[in-house]
Design a protein around this ligand. Structure first.
Ligand code: ADP
Ligand code: MG
Length: 346
């Protein structure tokens, strides 16, 4: 493991962060959680701007808990950018290298590499103020990459950009990360962005690591209902009765895969998150229309790039489905659930 947070506890004011997690080398790891969940705080601890009251932070098995920030060789792209507005692009990118007294010739070579990497060749003499939001963000990225950091930390690098720039720059960052095999911690509160760009996601909520997994694992088999809802559309059904692996709900009976509910529970903190009741999750993609014996009604229909967006009703539940078939509002249609997943209510 490249980075480990070992039973870390950090308190600032009323806010308490608990972190016990590890991050592998060369991957894109996302910290995903709502605003105020402690994502920036966790990065600041890793960067060395804050020191935990308890626990240890390890970098390549070395204890860096009390090491000053400048010794850690970590690249940090701050949430509020912090480029020097009155400086040129090249001065911004090479700022850290100058501070480290890297010879001018070497700086020039590195600058050229970095400008190519972030697709800003020819921009070196421009003033930062003359750049667009996306270009500025690429300058900031180049500056964070300049010292060849052991790990790159990106705090909501895309949140201030327009949707199209944001998507493009996200892919660009992912390409750089994969091409350089660079361990990158990417902070976001945007679920889609997290799922598209990362190898691994940690879900943060109220200063706790709720659970972690690959985007596919977290989307398809989350441990908690909170995660399931945070990551996308889905229907949550209470369990009415249970007999071995047969579960009864208002939607009928479902047979569960054995023991699938217990896996992955190493992340939670049982003490502060008491288990209330389990639920059954059904993702829209797990429902097939046109077969099965459940008769659902189409309440409304919209056409869009993903096909028809149907607002459906079955029993007391309203839910959204995407379908390639055009079904008029008001029609009744058969449906079947090909898959369900059991999770804990939180
Ligand atoms: P996120 O990045 O997930 O939005 P933060 O890590 O910035 O969340 O903040 C987590 C919590 O810590 C918030 O409740 C915030 O109000 C609090 N907080 C942040 N900075 C300070 C500070 N310097 N002093 C006291 N509390 C702070
Ligand atoms: Mg933040």
């Amino acid at each position: 493991m490249l980075i480990e947070f070992n039973q870390v506890r950090f308190q600032q004011g009323d806010f308490i962060l608990h972190a016990h997690l590890s991050m592998p080398q060369g991957k894109m790891i996302c910290l995903l959680g709502p605003s105020g969940s402690g994502k920036t705080t966790l990065l600041r601890l890793l960067a060395g701007f804050e020191t935990p009251q308890q626990g240890k932070i390890l970098l390549q098995d070395r204890d860096i808990t009390h090491q000053p920030a400048w010794k850690r060789r970590l690249g940090y792209l701050f949430q509020d950018l912090a480029l020097f507005p009155h400086m040129r692009v090249d001065e911004n990118i090479c700022f850290g290298l100058s501070m480290d007294n890297i010879p001018k010739e070497q700086q020039k070579m590195r600058l050229k590499e970095l400008l190519t990497l972030v697709d800003l060749e020819g921009y070196e003499k421009r003033q930062v103020q003359q750049l667009s939001g996306g270009e500025r963000q690429r300058v900031a990225l180049a500056r964070a990459l300049a010292p060849n950091p052991a790990c790159l930390m990106l705090d909501e690098p895309l949140s201030a950009l327009d949707a199209s720039v944001r998507e493009r720059l996200g892919r660009h960052i992912r390409k750089i990360q994969q091409y350089q095999n660079l361990t990158t911690i990417f902070v976001t509160h945007d679920q889609d962005e997290a799922m598209r760009l990362s190898d691994y996601i940690y879900i943060m909520k109220d200063g706790e690591m709720l659970e972690g997994g690959s985007p596919e694992e977290l989307y398809e088999k989350p441990v908690y209902s909170w995660t399931a809802q945070f990551l996308g559309d889905g229907i949550l059904l209470p369990i009415l009765a249970e007999k071995s692996n047969k579960i009864t709900t208002v939607w009928g009976d479902f047979i569960l895969e054995k023991n699938e509910d217990i896996e992955g529970l190493t992340w939670k903190k049982e003490a502060s998150n008491p288990i209330k009741k389990d639920r059954i999750l059904i993702r829209p993609q797990w429902i097939t229309l046109g077969r099965g014996n459940k008769k659902a009604r189409v309440l409304s229909r919209e056409f869009g790039p993903k096909g028809y967006r149907l607002e459906m009703q079955f029993k007391d539940q309203n839910f959204i489905l995407y379908s390639q078939k055009n079904i008029e509002a008001g029609q009744w249609v058969n449906m079947e659930c090909d898959k369900v997943h059991r999770l804990r209510c939180l």
